[in-house]
Design a protein around this ligand. Structure first.
Ligand code: ACM
Length: 539
C-alpha cells in the first residue's frame, strides 16, 4: 500500500553505500513501513524546542520529558501551528487519512524535525521513532555526559498492520504493584504496543476495589500461602501470606498514565470460572454453600459462580464499577476453563437450567456470558472472552480471544466474530524461552524468540474478509511462577519486542536476522530504562 515516498526539501537523497543514516534508521523496533535515508544530520542542542499544535501538546510534553534528563537540554515546549528552525514540530493533519488512525510521517532535515500525523496517537508513535533514532543513551534517566545528540536525516512513513498490539499481565496469581505496571506500560509504549489487559481476578486473588462489595478485597485479595514449585509435584507450600489490590484511585492513575502513552488498559473480570477468591468472600456466589479459602494452589478449580439471578446482578454491579474506571471499549469477561461438575451436582443449577429451558450445563456458561454481553452492549462496550465462549453460544459482536492455539480464532473469524490471536503455541510468555539448565522455573512449554517472531496472526488460508476480522495479537504473562518485577521483565522481553513487530510491521517487511541485529540496539534502550530483559546472549 504505502510504499510511495514523497520527495521532500531539506535533505538530499543519501548516496548509496553511505554509512550511518541507514543503520541508525534501521534500528527502529517495530520496523517501520517505509524508511528513506537522506544525507546530513539534525543536531539537538540546548536551544532545541519542541513545538506542537495544541492537539499534540500532551505528546510533545512527554517527548520533552523523555529527552530532558539524559541530554540535560531544557526542551521548552511551545504551542504553535507551525514548525520552526532548531525545533521538533508535532502537527496533526486530519487529511492524512491514508495513514489510518495511528500512522505518522517523521521527517528529519538538518534544520528541523517534523512529525505529522492524522491523530495524537500517530504523533506519539512518530515521537517514539524519533527517540529510537537517537543514541540509546537518550532513554537513560540520568544525565549522559558527552553523548552526541544528533539524528541522521531521514523520512519515515509508518502505520500499524493491526489495531490490537497487546500484552496480558496476570496480577491475580501474583499481585504486581502499581509502579511495576507503570514501568511495564512505558516499555510497551516505546514499542508502539497499545493494549494492556489486566487479569484482575482469579482463584488466587481479587485485585480491584469494588465499593459495593468490600469483602472482595478484604477477604479475596489475600491468601495464606502459595504452592511451591509446579502444582503437580505437590511440594508443599511456602507458609507466607500473599496479597494486594488496586484501590479505585490506583486504577484511575494507571488508566490515565497508560492513556497518555496511547495504551488502553483492558480489564478482565473472570467468570464463571476462576472465581474462587470471589466465592471465598461471598459464599452465596458459589454452588455448594461451603466456606472456601482463597486458593493457595494452581491449576483449574471446580469452584465456579452459580447462575442465579442474584449472582448475575452481582457480576453486573461489579462491571458497572469497572466501566466507570476503565474507558476501554473492550471489556474482557474471561470465560475460560469452566468445569461443569458443580452445576451437574447442584439442584439449584439444575432447576435454573430447567427454568431457562437449557439441556446441557455448557449452555449455562453461554447464558451467563450472553447476559454480560447484553449488559455491556447496553452500555456501549464490547465483550471479549477466551475462545471457550464459542461453546456456550454468544452474539456475533462478541470478540473472541484465541488461546488454545489459533483454532478457536479461526472458527470464530469464520463465524463472523472479531478475533484477537493470543495462542499458547506462540504468545504464552510464561512458557520457557530457552532450554538451558540456568533458566528459572517456568510453567512448562517452549516459546523461543524466533517462534514468536515467526507468528502470523492471519492464518494463511484466510480470505481477505476473514483476515479483516483479526484485530491483532497479544502476548500473555501469566504469573503463577512470576512473582517479581525482575522475573516478569525477563519473561516479557524481548519476546514482547518480537510480538510488537509481529503486530505492527507489514508481514513482507519482517526478517528475523534483521530483527535480531536491531534488537542489539533495543537491548541498550531497555538497559537504560532499567528493564531486566533476557539478553540475546543468554543468562
Ligand atoms: C487461559 O490460559 N486459560 C486463557
Amino acid at each position: 500500500m504505502l510504499v510511495t515516498l514523497l520527495a521532500a526539501g531539506g535533505c538530499s537523497r543519501q548516496p548509496s553505500g553511505s554509512p550511518g543514516a541507514e543503520s541508525t534508521a534501521a534500528a527502529i523496533i517495530p520496523k517501520p513501513v517505509a524508511v528513506e535515508s537522506r544525507s546530513g544530520t539534525f543536531e539537538f542542542n540546548r536551544d532545541t524546542k519542541i513545538v506542537a499544535q495544541p492537539a499534540a501538546a500532551s505528546e510533545a510534553r512527554l517527548l520533552a520529558g523523555a529527552l530532558r534528563v539524559a541530554t540535560g537540554f531544557p526542551f521548552d515546549v511551545v504551542e504553535a501551528d507551525k514548525g520552526a528552525e532548531n525545533a521538533v514540530f508535532l502537527g496533526l493533519d486530519p487529511a492524512l487519512t491514508r495513514l489510518g488512525t495511528e500512522g505518522y510521517i517523521l521527517e528529519v532535515t538538518p534544520r528541523q524535525v517534523t512529525i505529522q500525523a492524522p491523530t495524537a496517537a500517530g504523533a506519539f508513535y512518530g515521537a517514539q521513532s524519533l527517540r529510537q533514532l537517537l543514541p540509546a543513551a537518550a532513554f537513560s534517566s540520568t544525565p549522559q555526559e558527552g553523548a552526541a545528540w544528533s539524528v541522521a536525516c531521514v523520512r519515515i512513513e509508518d502505520y500499524p498492520r493491526f489495531q490490537w498490539r497487546g500484552a496480558l499481565l496476570d496480577v491475580a496469581r501474583h499481585f504486581m504493584p502499581k509502579e511495576t505496571v507503570l514501568k511495564f506500560i512505558d516499555a510497551l509504549a516505546i514499542q508502539k504496543m497499545n493494549r494492556l489487559q489486566l487479569h484482575l481476578t482469579d482463584d488466587q486473588g481479587w485485585r480491584i476495589e469494588i465499593k459495593k462489595y468490600p469483602k472482595l478485597t478484604e477477604i479475596g485479595s489475600k491468601r495464606k500461602e502459595t504452592r511451591v514449585g509446579l502444582e503437580n509435584e505437590k511440594r508443599g507450600f511456602d507458609g507466607k501470606p500473599h496479597g494486594g489490590f488496586y484501590s479505585q484511585a490506583d486504577i484511575r492513575e494507571m488508566v490515565k498514565y497508560a492513556e497518555e502513552r496511547h495504551v488502553t488498559l483492558v480489564p478482565e473480570i473472570e467468570m464463571p470460572g476462576h472465581a474462587q477468591a470471589a466465592i471465598a468472600a461471598y459464599p452465596e456466589l458459589g454452588n455448594t454453600g461451603e466456606k472456601l479459602e482463597v486458593s493457595t494452589m494452581w491449576g483449574v478449580h471446580k469452584n465456579v459462580f452459580n447462575a442465579n439471578e442474584s449472582t448475575i446482578k452481582f457480576l453486573q454491579d461489579v462491571l458497572t464499577e469497572v466501566l466507570d474506571l476503565f474507558p476501554s471499549q473492550f471489556i474482557h469477561v474471561g470465560g475460560d476453563e469452566v468445569p461443569l461438575d458443580q452445576w451437574k451436582a447442584s439442584k439449584q443449577a439444575q432447576a435454573r437450567m430447567k427454568e431457562l429451558g437449557l439441556k446441557e450445563e455448557v449452555q449455562l456458561h453461554g447464558y451467563i456470558i450472553r447476559r454480560m454481553d447484553d449488559f455491556l452492549r447496553s452500555k456501549g462496550r464490547r465483550l471479549v472472552g477466551w475462545d471457550e465462549i464459542l461453546e456456550g453460544g454468544v452474539d456475533q459482536t462478541a470478540v473472541v480471544m484465541s488461546w488454545r492455539g489459533s483454532k478457536g480464532g479461526i472458527t470464530a473469524a469464520k463465524a463472523g466474530h472479531d478475533v484477537i490471536m493470543a495462542p499458547n503455541t506462540h504468545t504464552y510468555f510464561d512458557y520457557y524461552q530457552a532450554k538451558g539448565p540456568d533458566e528459572p522455573l517456568a510453567i512448562g512449554g517452549f516459546v523461543p524468540l524466533e517462534m514468536v517472531y515467526g507468528f502470523d496472526p492471519i492464518p494463511s488460508e484466510f480470505s481477505p474478509a476473514e483476515a479483516g476480522r483479526i484485530l491483532g495479537a497479544q502476548g500473555q504473562l501469566w504469573t503463577e511462577y512470576i512473582a517479581t518485577q525482575d522475573y516478569l521483565e525477563y519473561m516479557a522481553f524481548p519476546r514482547l519486542t518480537a510480538l510488537a513487530e509481529v503486530a505492527w510491521t507489514p508481514a513482507e517487511r519482517k526478517d528475523y536476522q534483521d530483527f535480531t541485529a536491531r534488537l542489539r540496539e533495543h537491548e541498550k534502550r531497555l538497559d537504560n530504562l532499567g528493564v531486566k530483559y533476557r539478553p540475546s546472549a543468554g543468562r
